[in-house]
Every structure is written in structure tokens, then in C-alpha cells.
Design a protein around this ligand. Structure first.
Ligand SMILES: Nc1ncnc2c1ncn2[C@@H]1O[C@H](COP(=O)(O)OP(=O)(O)OP(=O)(O)O)[C@@H](O)[C@H]1O
Ligand SMILES: [Mg+2]
Length: 363
């Protein structure tokens, strides 16, 4: 089922928790809402579910208006499954009872209920736990019961709000794989909230990066990482070091030639900076280390050296304190700790206008 969110806002006490968000989630797509605490992720999820009413804008499910346009459609009539961070199981009901509760309310015959409960519990690997009570389960198992309860309804839309928050790191990887598997099997539309970027990158077809109630970028993981639209996105997903830069020229191949401010270095990079200044985003694979600094190179100091994954890594500190890591060639002797070195960049990504954005962020 397709979800269309059209200029939706939700205001609490004069503050817009969700501020004019427009987003279309395709049928069967897995979208992750990613952003820092308080940016409006849960509120947006609750708006989709019908647990909040928008103060502006409209929401449509497969073209049918459910909010902001015609009569408001409540959560009970939207056919949406929700898994919250606090899994809210009924303590006095068994696992099977919890999973089947909504099916019973819906009036499904017993045989079908039991079949659906068994299938949902098997999907989360709890087929042998149906007769237990929630207090007899671990946190991770309880979370999976909450997921099973949602699956039993086989809803066309599944909303998940930080479902791994209470799991220990070992279990997270396994449950992440389960979510991907479930998504492939069910073909339901998933909207998944997290502030953990590794989770977002592992799961999403597309990631919506949120900040202060707005969606700043909505794109596949690769594009978010490789082509961040703002310095904020680049910093949030760890896209590399960010250096203020100004446009010198466009090359005939459509690339940008930029000067790195404060370094005299010139870099040929990708991106689109029409004029003026911006931020150059440099990743580890873009840069090469030179033993000594000379004009034309970006200046850095060796802040740390370590061995990792079969190679020697130099951690280089830029004058403003940012760090960038460079892998040393096998035959190369490591530079001395604290040594002044130079960096050249064979590529990069430029974000227009971000110098000003950065100054205002600091203000
Ligand atoms: N019912 C409410 N009443 C008043 N303010 C609210 C309410 N719900 C949310 N807010 C405020 O709206 C903003 C967004 O909250 P929301 O819960 O959507 O953030 P979030 O991105 O889910 O954060 P977290 O990652 O911490 O869960 C916050 O400033 C929050 O305090
Ligand atoms: Mg939240």
C-alpha cells in the first residue's frame, strides 16, 4: 500500500514537531526515518498510523484520503500494524494470547486464528513459546512477540518505532536479518524509525533523514552516503571530513574545480555548486598521503597509527580538529606520530552553500 504524506505538520504548544513534511512511500517499499532524538520521527509515524491528527497537510493511503482531506480515518480503520519501542504486551495473557488478541477482536474463527498465530510465531522463531507468559521471556523475545502480533494481522503497512532499542547488540544483527526476510516475504510497506545509522543503512530501500521536524534528504542509502545534500546530513551519516571550499571553475566533463579554503589546495570533485562557496566532503578513499606538506596539499598531522583489517591506518588531524583516516600501502613505512604531512584529493563531493549553513548552526 502506498503512503502519501503531503505537506504535513503537527504542532505541540506552538512548536512544530513535524514541519511541512512531504514524502511518498511506494507500495512494498522499506523506508527508514533516521534522525537525532526529538526530530519528529515518532510523531510522523503516529500521524501515518492515525494516532495523531495533522494540523496541516494531508495523508493518503493508496490514494484514499485518511487525514486532512475529508473525514479523518481513525487508527482502527487504517489496517496498519505498529510495533512500538515499548512493546506493550498484556502481562496476564500468554504469548499466543497476545499474538491472537486483535484477531479475536476482529472475530476471526478459531481455526484461522490458531493458524495465523502459529505462522507469526514461527516467523519470529518463537514457535515453542506460545504458552509462556511475557515475564518468562527475555527482552528480545518479548520484542519478537510484539513483531509477531503485528505480523499475525498481515497488514499492508507495518510501522516500527525503534524496535531494536531494548535488544543487546548480539541479538540486533539477527533481528535485523529477520526484518529484511519478513519484508521480502510479506511485501508489505515498512516504515521503520531509528536514530542508529547502521540499522538504517542495513534495512532501507530509501532513508528519510529528518532534522527539526523536516525531511532534509530522502534517497537510497548509497546516495545519502555518497551525495549528502547538506553538511548536516554528511556529518550525521559520517560521510567524511568537511572542508570549506570555493568554486574556481567547472570542467568540461561537468566536474567542479574547487579551492580548499585555508589550504591553497585545489580539488577536482563531483557535485553541483553553481557559484561561490560550499563544503568539500572528503572520504578516506578520495585522499592520498604525502610524507611532507608542500603548497598545493591539504595540511594535516598524524594523530594516531593503528593496525586494522590487515593494514596500517594513519589517523590524520586537519587544522580544525576533524580527522580523516588513510590506509598506508603495505611497503610504505609509517609516518612518525605528530608529523606534519600533506594530503592530495583525487575526488570529493561538494555541497553548495554549506559554509553559511555551518556558521548559522554554530550560532
Ligand atoms: N504529545 C506531545 N506533546 C508535546 N510535545 C510533544 C508530544 N509528542 C512529541 N512532542 C515533541 O515533539 C518533538 C518531536 O518528538 P518525537 O517524539 O516525534 O521525536 P523523535 O524523533 O521520535 O525522538 P526520539 O528519537 O527521542 O524518540 C519533541 O520536541 C517532543 O518533545
Ligand atoms: Mg521517538
Amino acid at each position: 500500500m502506498r503512503i502519501e504524506i503531503d505537506s504535513v505538520s503537527r504542532v505541540f504548544g506552538g512548536h512544530a514537531a513535524v514541519d511541512g513534511v512531504s514524502l511518498t512511500v511506494g507500495s512494498g517499499e522499506f523506508v527508514v526515518l533516521l534522525g537525532p532524538s526529538g526530530c519528529g520521527k515518532t510523531t510522523l509515524l503516529r500521524l501515518i498510523a492515525g494516532l495523531e491528527e495533522p494540523d496541516g497537510g494531508a495523508i493518503r493511503l493508496d490514494g484514499r484520503p485518511v487525514a486532512g482531506q475529508g473525514p479523518f480515518v481513525g487508527p482502527g480503520e487504517r489496517n496498519i500494524g505498529i510495533v512500538f519501542q515499548s512493546y506493550a504486551l498484556w502481562p496476564h495473557m500468554t504469548v499466543a494470547g497476545n499474538v491472537g488478541f486483535a484477531l479475536k477482536v476482529r472475530g476471526l474463527p478459531r481455526a484461522e486464528r490458531e493458524a495465523r498465530i502459529a505462522r507469526a510465531l514461527a516467523q519470529v522463531g518463537l514457535q515453542d513459546h506460545g504458552r509462556r507468559f511475557p515475564f518468562q521471556l527475555s527482552g528480545g523475545q518479548r520484542q519478537r512477540v510484539a513483531v509477531a502480533r503485528c505480523l499475525a494481522m498481515s497488514p499492508p503497512i507495518i510501522l516500527l518505532d525503534e524496535p531494536l532499542a531494548n535488544l543487546d547488540p548480539n541479538l540486533r544483527g539477527a533481528v535485523l536479518r529477520e526484518f529484511r526476510q519478513m519484508h521480502r516475504e510479506l511485501r508489505s510497506t515498512f516504515v521503520y524509525v531509528t536514530h542508529d545509522q547502521a540499522e538504517a543503512f542495513a534495512l532501507a530501500d530509501r532513508i528519510a533523514i529528518m532534522d527539526a521536524g523536516r525531511v532534509i534528504q530522502f534517497a537510497p542509502p548509497r546516495e545519502i552516503f555518497e551525495e549528502p545534500r547538506t553538511a548536516g546530513v554528511a556529518r550525521f551519516v559520517g560521510s567524511g571530513a568537511l572542508l570549506p571550499a570555493e568554486l574556481l571553475a567547472r570542467t568540461s566533463e561537468g566536474r567542479m574545480l574547487v579551492r580548499v579554503l585555508g589550504h591553497q589546495a585545489v580539488v577536482r570533485c563531483a557535485g553541483d555548486m553553481p557559484t561561490g562557496s560550499g563544503m568539500l566532503c572528503l572520504k578516506r578513499r578520495d585522499v592520498a598521503l604525502h610524507r611532507t606538506w608542500e603548497p598545493g596539499l591539504i595540511e594535516a598531522r598524524v594523530a594516531d597509527l593503528r593496525y586494522q583489517g590487515g593494514g596500517e591506518i594513519a589517523v590524520l588531524a586537519l587544522p580544525d580538529g576533524q580527522e580523516i583516516e588513510v590506509e598506508l600501502g603495505r611497503a610504505e613505512p609509517a609516518p612518525a606520530m605528530g608529523a606534519r604531512v600533506g594530503l592530495s584529493a583525487r575526488d570529493g563531493w561538494v555541497i553548495p552553500g554549506a559554509v553559511a549553513a555551518r556558521a548559522s548552526e554554530a550560532a
